[in-house]
Design a protein around this ligand. Structure first.
Ligand code: NAD
Length: 358
């Protein structure tokens, strides 16, 4: 298989972790006889420095021509002092590529139980869930939105809007993903209060008819936030809207022990973008100590979702598990008795584990 990948390393640790993920993709290409070609482009702070804007048109054009987009991270204190924001590049690229679904798998590796802030008995059975968040609708984009005044007092308003086809589209995707996993889907909303959520629930129930093999349940967002901490191991696929997903996915991330372990995919009809969920971590950038596993696991998601290379994705995921099982740890997941490794060493060890697999 021959594929083009547009690589956007970004800022801070973005380029460091991305370099390891590309090394891993090269190992996969080598082992399984594929050709992956990379073309790099600018996004975020580095794009602001070079062209004055966080998402240059040339970057978007290149993304649109590629078979998949792979991103590092953007942002940093250098661009916090006014002027264009690197993070605006993220919203612009999601919009520009029509990415409507954000997939965040949350897996607690048995080797990293010590890093999980929950009591061991709460996660004893393991945690392996997938959060599917809608990305293009909701209160983030609803119009009108803005400022006003009432009786001489300042007011502000946002509009929570979903159209039924937006809900249908993400629901179908979430059900299909549930079919490929544990066949359980929990839809999270606030249907006891919000009209938008009542439409959300109605449409999800309609879509469910097409997936009789998937067990559908519903939770209100406030209860879901509690249950995620009380019994994280009970969830398979969680489907939710943009705002609730933003909050819930960060809450779930904590369960895995380190933000450096969590990959993500953002999918659209025609394009897909893969990135670790963490930011540019300016506090550790340039020291070769970041954990590249989130980025490496994002590359595994790319192989699975964009190129349908399931075997290859599995090989990467097993290599990460084997690296942890042998006691290799970057600083963020370091525990007594383990062997501390750098970002580059982590990439090298994962590549070696891929090449050693039968
Ligand atoms: P962050 O995710 O960059 O860092 C939070 C903490 O986690 C830091 O202590 C950092 O050292 C640590 N950390 C993050 N990734 C790590 C890794 N791979 N290995 C080891 N430790 C890791 O979040 P922040 O500090 O709030 O934000 C820093 C910058 O990143 C800001 O400019 C923010 O806007 C931006 N940001 C970008 C994205 C993105 O590009 N998708 C996401 C979140 C934040």
């Amino acid at each position: 298989m021959k594929k083009n990948i547009c690589v956007l390393p970004g800022d801070g640790i973005g380029p460091e972790v991305t370099a390891q993920a590309l090394k891993v993709l090269d190992a996969v290409a080598d082992k399984f006889g594929h050709v992956f070609e990379y073309e790099q482009a600018l996004i975020g702070g580095s794009a602001i420095d070079a062209c004055g804007e966080p998402l240059p048109q040339a970057t978007l054009d290149l993304c649109r021509k590629s078979d998949a987009v792979f991103l590092g991270a953007v942002g940093g204190p250098k661009w916090d002092k006014g002027g264009p924001r690197p993070e605006a590049g993220l919203l612009a690229i999601r919009k520009g590529l029509g990415l409507f679904a954000n997939l965040r798998p949350v897996l607690l590796y048995p080797e990293l139980l010590g890093g999980c802030p929950l009591k061991p008995e709460r996660v004893a059975g393991g945690v392996d869930m997938l959060i599917v968040r809608e990305l293009t609708g909701d209160v983030y984009f609803g119009q009108p939105a803005g400022r006003g005044s009432e009786q001489g007092l300042r007011t502000a308003f946002n509009n929570m809007i979903y159209r039924e086809d937006e809900i249908e589209r993400i629901a179908h995707l979430a059900f299909r993903l549930a079919q490929s996993r544990g066949k359980r889907l929990c839809s999270v909303d606030k249907a006891n209060v919000l009209e938008v959520s009542r439409l959300w629930r109605e449409v999800v129930i309609e879509v469910a008819v097409h997936y009789p093999d998937v067990e559908l349940s519903h939770l209100y967002i406030d209860n879901a936030a509690m249950q995620l901490i009380l019994r994280p191991g009970d969830f398979d696929v969680i489907l939710t809207a943009n705002l609730f997903g933003d909050i819930l996915s960060d809450e779930a991330a904590v369960v895995s022990g380190s933000i450096g372990m969590l990959p993500s995919a953002s999918l659209g009809e025609a394009h897909a973008l893969y990135e670790p969920i963490h930011g540019s971590a300016p506090d550790i950038a340039g020291r070769d100590i970041a954990n590249p596993m989130a980025s490496v696991l994002s590359a595994a998601m790319l192989l699975r979702h964009s190129f349908a290379l399931k075997k290859e994705a599995g090989a990467v995921e097993r290599a990460v598990s084997a690296t942890l099982a042998e006691g290799f740890r970057t600083g963020d997941i370091m525990e007594a008795g383990m062997r501390r490794i750098s970002c580059t060493e982590a990439g090298d060890i994962i590549c070696k584990k891929i090449m050693e697999q039968n």
